[in-house]
Design a binder for this molecule. Sequence first.
Ligand code: PEP
Ligand code: MG
Length: 537
Amino acid sequence: MKQGSGLPVFSGVAIGKAVVYQKTQRRDAAVGTPAEEQAKFDAACVEAKAQLNTLFEKAKADLGEEHAAIVEVQMLMLDDLDYLEGVAAEISAGSSASEAAAGTGEMMAQMFASLDDAYMQARSADIRDVSQRVADIICGGSGFHLPDGNFLLVAEDLAPSETIQLPRDRILAFITQQGSSSSHTAILARTLNIPSLVQSDIFLSDAADCEILAVDGFTGQWYMDPDAETLAMLQKKQAEAAADRASLEAYRGKKSITKTGKQILLCANIGSPEDAESAVAGDAEGIGLMRSEFLYLGRDTLPTEDELFEAYKKVAQTMGDRPVVIRTLDIGADKQVDYMGLEQEENPALGLRGLRICLTRKDDIFRPQLRAIYRASTYGNLHIMFPMVASVWELQESKALCAEIRTELESEGIPTKEVPIGVMVETPAAAVMAGELAKEAAFFSVGTNDLTQYTLAVDRQNAKLGRFYDPHHPAIMALLAHIAKSAQDNGIWAGICGELGADPELTETFIKMGFTELSMAPGRVLETRKLVCESEE
Ligand code: PEP
Ligand code: MG
């Protein structure tokens, strides 16, 4: 038996056959003249675009626009002048078409990976992926073939276009050597509710040779050919987890009320309009956080007001009377888009992000988004929430713009509805000033991911700082208690939409503090409802 560990991104136990995903390393042996090689490359690009187009349609149908947009980014790469000129130069210098395609892609991928920007770093996987696709086509196709039946997928890393092609219903777990808890693989694992590890110490060659691979998403351990005792332990855990999941079904359709009669609203966090369907399937009582920036990522122009309107309308209609909190654009920091022309910053997490961008770019960014939200308001129960608020004036100025936009729409004959406007409390300043902000806001929702980062001065993206990033820190608990009390004193509701919202160790504490809403991944709602219903608070 061999064993090791990784960073778990979703809980559960999986035991089965391992399939190692290895990108093809083959290169074509016969090198023709530069003109012949260039022609091979050009033809392969046409074929790659066709393949990506098919993938795009499949991704849109299976996974929604957000995942499909990732494929679109790769299609654009095939028209990128730097890439095309790089390949042409290598071919002129005597390289084969496939060497030039993969080599230039690898060089650009390494350049992106070295940039001091998490979003651009993540794009390096897309570049490597698409150039490898072209190289594979030149060499006659990819060498990766899936066996029949279910399997655990082991890989160095998985590019979005690779995960999209996989048969989702047959994957029991992902184990990757790279990736982070916010990588595409991790997001997919959570969507599929399967145990997965990223940043693991697994060797691909060992995994390819083993008979049985097991992963424990509760502890972050993996086991190859587990001995009888370990296998029995894992099977027991797996059976217990399945029984737990089944028993949670008893809470479906129930209200989330404590033994003393306090009602807590359990909502879902979503990134795309399609995710609202997962929220309904997870029995969420509303959307506590729609990360609207996903509508802006993975494309090369700003979404139009109409596109945004359609997206918000879809969420509003899917959720009906249930509340939907739309967070206004929170781009910047780890989520960057080229087309906004934002300058490189020394400290992006402390830079122009969230509401700061909106207040700086009212005409082309803030107004269209707010107009779209108000236009969609009559289709459901929408709420607006501003991210990264640090001062009362930012909230006042944003609210004034909302009022102006509502009047403007009404004067254009477009009906609107009252939309409660709240604050995402995620800066220490907003937490400390909660009493003042509560006089201006209709609700609070605490972004504990950023509140932890900024209060403890610990970069949430930096894997090396793991044990210093402690959302249970007494400083965070003190701020949370103060936020809940300030909300109560001023007659508004307060919720939690950061990762802590689904932390079972804190559910009772939050109820005791006075929070009345918790928002989380759709798959966590039922287990949290059980805790609420069992609470004596
Ligand atoms: C947070 O900061 O806690 C949060 C929910 O927002 P995000 O993770 O998108 O920054
Ligand atoms: Mg945040």
